[in-house]
Design a protein around this ligand. Sequence first.
Ligand code: PA5
Length: 468
Amino acid sequence: MRYEDAAWREKQRIRLDVNNVFGTHGLTPAELEAEAPRAAAAIAAVQERRADLGWPLLPDQDVTPFEQFAAAHRDRIDTFVVLGIGGSALGNIAVQTAINGPFYNLLPREQRGWPRLLVLDNSDPELNAGALRMLDLRRTMFNVISKSGTTAETMASFLYFRQALVEAVGEDRLGDHIVLTTDPNSGFLRQIGQREGWTMFDLPPKVGGRFSVLTSVGLLSAAMTGVNIRELLAGAAYGRELAANPDPLRNPAALGALINYLCFRKGKPIVVMMPYANRLRDVADWFAQLWAESLGKAVDRQGKPARVGQTPVKALGATDQHSQVQLYMEGPYDKLINFIAVEQYAETAPIPTAYADLEGVSYLGGHTMAELIQAEQQATAIALSEAGQPNITHIFPEINAFTLGQFFMLMEMQTAIAGELYDINAFDQPGVEAGKINTYALLGRRGFEERRAAIAARAQALDSRWVV
Ligand code: PA5
């Protein structure tokens, strides 16, 4: 395997270039150096908690069960459908787009070799009904993913497609079309799986949703679509090694955490993640959840008011140069922009020469689209830097399973280290509970009558003049 070769691994190292963070509205090297001891302590704290957190140990797991399951079912399945939301879906989508590319599902089966992947991560009725109209249920398998086994959106989709399957293949064949991924000990999904005798994959109890892409959550659908999950985990192991460097100024996860933390403290509450590759656009989406849900907290670990966390913005280069970059250039100095640059794209797409007399077009001829997008990334970074807008660049040597796994781990470590710097709990999400409880109350779930009454009273008090 190429990832067993140390020289190859070193060539695939993602580098973090922070030169453009320095400047009038950014940081100074002295500020980074002054905070380095705190960042070193944060690295040590995260390293100490590796076993307790669970996700840092994921690169060491045995992935044979996922590969065996995929090999056993790939030929009888046209479409593998993930039903999940948040941390039970975003990583699956990110892996799929990054490794198989945006057109994978549109390729003929002979070219793909593996089933199509659909991730239905919303209770949007038109999304679910539209998918149902399109699928041949006799050749479809549903992977219902919910750690808690109670999430309303996921359970509703499960009930919806379960009924459709009963009608299409019969109740006694459901087990051929449904596989569950959930907590090994608790939750309604576990109870259902046990009652029905369906195949279930365990989700390590310690690993929270947004840190679960490298568990059964992300690995089963990845294996089902031919992704090299061993290389993905080898990359994550390599990222873990880089993030264990005790010197925060040589450790990309710690340096990233420190820069984000200091930028936040210096009035930059927004972080932009802008990959220059369509294959990485969903990785930006995955990062947005990781960063927002982990670091957006009202109180610190002592329970004192904190109100911290940067708002993540997802952008795509070069597309969003024609949409958001005007704001990044001339708007407030309230952002840290993260570029993702790619050194070697899998394809270069040469630009043919034509219209030699028209300089505004002919200069492109003889170059490649790879050169163009790389030039655009560099040009934008320089322009922002000269405009005083701090930015940093994550440099992917290539996009492959190894670099993707590495980036997942680096960003998870960066998040954990940032949590230490803010002194908040990066692994809970109390802020999403209130909305869930209100949903239960509105749908009449037993036990939520009091909340339902409170919502009704609130509705009574609303003034219709303010609905225009
Ligand atoms: O990161 C998280 O914990 C959340 O985004 C969850 O993944 C999301 O709410 C789905 O939860 P569950 O997997 O329990 O259905």
